[in-house]
Design a protein around this ligand. Structure first.
Ligand SMILES: Cc1cc2nc3c(=O)[nH]c(=O)nc-3n(C[C@H](O)[C@H](O)[C@H](O)COP(=O)(O)OP(=O)(O)OC[C@H]3O[C@@H](n4cnc5c(N)ncnc54)[C@H](O)[C@@H]3O)c2cc1C
Length: 501
């Protein structure tokens, strides 16, 4: 189980078939697919599981209309088939949601081009779920939406998830099959020799250091991939930010795609875990990758401007925003210096000196990405890779003793006592921010950083984790600092230029 975090010496005593670096969705997928094939696999994450991009996505398990519009039928089809698989396997964690694409007079794309795209989109997924909504229907579904030039909307379905919980569920499954994972364990360096790899680790919990051995290494560090790949830089880090808005002030019942008044970029406004989520931006992220990404003041202004132009009667301002979140997308650079939104989003696998690096791609296609990475290590052959791609076998089995919130998180009471017990015992919570920002989303979806929950659950948390009152105060200070600095609503204008593509 993930709950029993092994120390560096215990890890170093064992000989591993595969070391996976990075505890986001890509690493979790590689660990699961390796463990399923009986390999002795260890995953290490430098901070907390899903601390990187995989807790900061738009939460969509989707084919991506933009990819089909760009003519990328293969990527769209693979994504849609994986979407359908996850919908079937993890109901309650991946759920079908209705998307509305408002149509406005004289604005491209109009009803018929959208209908053609959606027909193909549904066809590739093997479903038929799109239809035209009249102006009256749109007005009743989205009563505050700006009606200037509005003629109706196209309705279709895709899926929403909780990205962190999808990572955790995948890690839990990998652990059930014998995989081992360890958070707050950073890889300092990787060296190849005649019999495999020697990997230097730095434990971020007790500051200890050690070296372990593995036959193969997969570098699944996403936007950090160039640091360990040993080859020339390929990743173009692009930041995207979202706002979590008070649902009383900005209610949403469907996922709306609305266009920004400044640059015509599509932005989503959708209901998620009791709040209204708005995003994303898309801009280069030249900042130090050791510093947690955060939304700039200009990104907040940009998203507020979108909200107030699309929902003019609402007068939404910073006080209505519970929290922000920013993620850095690992995009494989075309090298052509194109606009961020024009870069392709598919993944790449490359190797140098034996380290297999996998980066780019999407949350949705993590299973296929994992198979590609395993093929590149040579731990599976082409026949096994093909078999895996086509496999209809279940990915996830029932987890013994898990409360229903683990598999039905999207409808769960996140502060439920039994769920907290599970998280504290079984999901390697090391800090309060792990619990409030990633195991649950209480810190993002409740006002005041979810402090009311912390007050109510303090005794349970301290008892389960053996924290003294002093440790509790330290953890609280740390959590509130992180929340304010990286998940808060910046008031001051920063000096960077927002280039939304
Ligand atoms: C704004 C935004 C919106 C998005 N929306 C969607 C969406 O709706 N649907 C979708 O399918 N995809 C979406 N994506 C893409 C998707 O989120 C990413 O492709 C995916 O999360 C990448 O996962 P990953 O595991 O490769 O990287 P990450 O989740 O970043 O994981 C890499 C991990 O490696 C760790 N690491 C780095 N260096 C080391 C080291 N030396 N030792 C140990 N660990 C290390 C990091 O701490 C990090 O946790 C979005 C991305 C962004 C930015």
């Amino acid at each position: 189980m993930l709950g029993k975090r092994q120390d560096i010496h215990q890890l170093a005593e064992q000989q591993w078939d595969l070391l996976v670096i990075g505890g986001g969705i890509t690493g979790a997928g590689v660990m699961l697919e390796a463990a399923r094939r009986g390999l002795k696999v260890l995953l290490v994450e430098q901070r907390d599981y899903a601390w990187g991009t995989s807790s900061r996505s738009s939460k969509m398990v989707h084919g991506g209309l933009r990819y089909i519009a760009q003519g990328d039928v293969k990527l769209t089809r693979h994504s849609l088939l994986e979407r359908e698989r996850l919908l079937k396997e993890l109901p309650g964690l991946v759920e079908r949601a209705t998307y509305l694409f408002p149509l406005r007079k004289g604005v491209f794309p109009g009803r018929w081009p959208m209908k053609a795209v959606l027909w193909l989109y549904d066809f590739l997924a093997g479903i038929r779920d799109h239809r035209y909504l009249s102006l009256d229907e749109v007005k009743s579904r989205a009563p505050s939406l700006n009606t200037d030039g509005l003629t109706g909307a196209m309705s279709y379905t895709d899926a929403l998830t909780d990205d962190c919980r999808l990572v955790m569920r995948t890690l839990l499954e990998g652990a059930r099959l014998g995989g081992v994972a360890c958070n707050y364990m950073q890889v300092a360096s990787v060296k190849r020799d005649d019999t495999g790899f020697s990997i230097d680790l730095h434990d971020q919990c007790d500051d200890s250091r050690g070296t372990l051995r593995a036959l193969q290494v997969v570098n699944a560090t996403g936007a950090w991939a160039d640091r360990l790949s040993g080859s020339e830089a390929r990743v173009r880090p692009l930041r995207g930010s979202h706002l979590f808005v008070d649902p009383q002030r900005l209610p949403a019942s469907d996922c709306l795609t609305v266009m920004h008044p400044d640059d015509g970029r599509p932005v989503f406004v959708f209901p998620w875990e009791g709040v209204t989520c708005v995003g994303t931006t898309d801009l280069d992220h030249p900042q130090d990758m050791d510093i947690e990404a955060s939304a700039s003041s200009q990104e907040v202004d940009y998203l507020l401007k979108l909200i107030n132009s699309q929902f003019p009667g609402r007068n939404i301002n910073r006080e209505d925003v519970f929290a922000t979140i920013a993620g850095v997308r690992p995009v494989i650079a075309s090298g052509k210096g194109v606009d961020p939104s024009k870069e392709r989003r598919d993944h790449a696998v490359w190797g140098d000196n034996g380290v297999v690096t996998v980066s780019g791609g999407k949350l949705t296609t993590f299973r296929l990405i994992a198979l590609d990475a395993l093929l590149a290590t040579g731990l599976i052959d082409a026949a096994e890779h093909r078999k895996g791609q086509k496999s209809k076998a279940a990915m996830y089995e029932k987890l013994e003793g898990a409360p229903s919130a683990v598999d039905h998180f999207l409808h769960a009471e996140q502060d439920d006592e039994a769920f907290f017990s599970w998280l504290l015992e079984r999901e390697s919570v090391q800090h309060l921010d792990d619990l409030m920002l990633r195991r649950t989303r209480l810190g993002l979806t409740r006002p005041n950083a979810g402090c009311a929950v912390l007050k109510a659950r303090r005794e349970q948390i301290q008892k389960a984790l053996g924290w003294t009152d002093e440790r509790w105060q330290d953890e609280l200070t740390r959590y509130l600092h992180i929340h304010e600095r990286f998940y808060g609503v910046p008031m001051q204008h920063s000096h960077e230029t927002l280039k939304a593509g």
